[in-house]
Design a binder for this molecule. Sequence first.
Ligand SMILES: Nc1ncnc2c1ncn2[C@@H]1O[C@H](COP(=O)(O)OP(=O)(O)O)[C@@H](O)[C@H]1O
Ligand SMILES: [Mg+2]
Length: 254
Amino acid sequence: MALLEISGLVQAFGGLVAVDQLDLSVEDGRIFGLIGPNGSGKSTVFNCISRFYQPQSGGIRFNGKNLLKMKPHQVVRIGIARTFQNLELFENLTVLENLLVAHHTHFRSKLPGCALNLPRSRREERAAREAALEILRLLDLAQYAEEKVPSLPLGMRRRVEMARALVTRPRLILLDEPASGLNHREIDHLTETLRDVNDRFKVTILLVEHNMNIVMSLCERIAVMNFGKKIAEGTPEEVRSHPEVVTAYLGEKK
Ligand SMILES: Nc1ncnc2c1ncn2[C@@H]1O[C@H](COP(=O)(O)OP(=O)(O)O)[C@@H](O)[C@H]1O
Ligand SMILES: [Mg+2]
């Protein structure tokens, strides 16, 4: 069974059909690419999965559960995390604090007594800190734990956002253009990190990205969107040589 199953998804804004009868099936444990020109509907798909948008029709199931019946915080609760095309970190907090906030909002309300805001035991605090530091170590961020976010270069801030998503221990992570604005060295580092995250955390990745080196080297399967519709899907080799994909998207790149 697919981990994420999207069927006949339609999301329109007034007369504009941003996502048009989209079917997508992402198998557990994979890195799945979603590519297409600007405005083709990729971020809108993410916003439907995250439940920021209410699609007009179609279905989204995660691990067999109907996502369209859930609220955004419930989507995180059942194991879907995301990063944003424009970073959304807490700028006045340190790297570690950004992770702890995510850890607390995710795990706290699950525990009995949390609704009463009872003080957390020191042991719980320490466990949260240890979990956050472990993820920072895995993402080569440990030495920046006490730094404030704005002092870090963009590549690092993108990694912090990924670390923050991972702290909720998701099964699926949605990454919206994680390489955007990064230099070559940062892009190589990111590629390795994504491979690592997929491997070590057993996290399924749905990756929206314009950098074709990353997409082609990491993704086992790729779907291509144009004007809200899926125009192709297959292995990197199949997609790369698909005539409609070359015309609509890849032609201008390579
Ligand atoms: N909240 C919104 N209101 C109106 N139009 C939107 C909204 N979100 C996205 N769109 C439109 O939907 C289309 C697809 O956008 P988007 O999903 O952001 O594309 P992509 O991520 O592939 O670049 C665009 O034409 C965009 O302007
Ligand atoms: Mg987008």
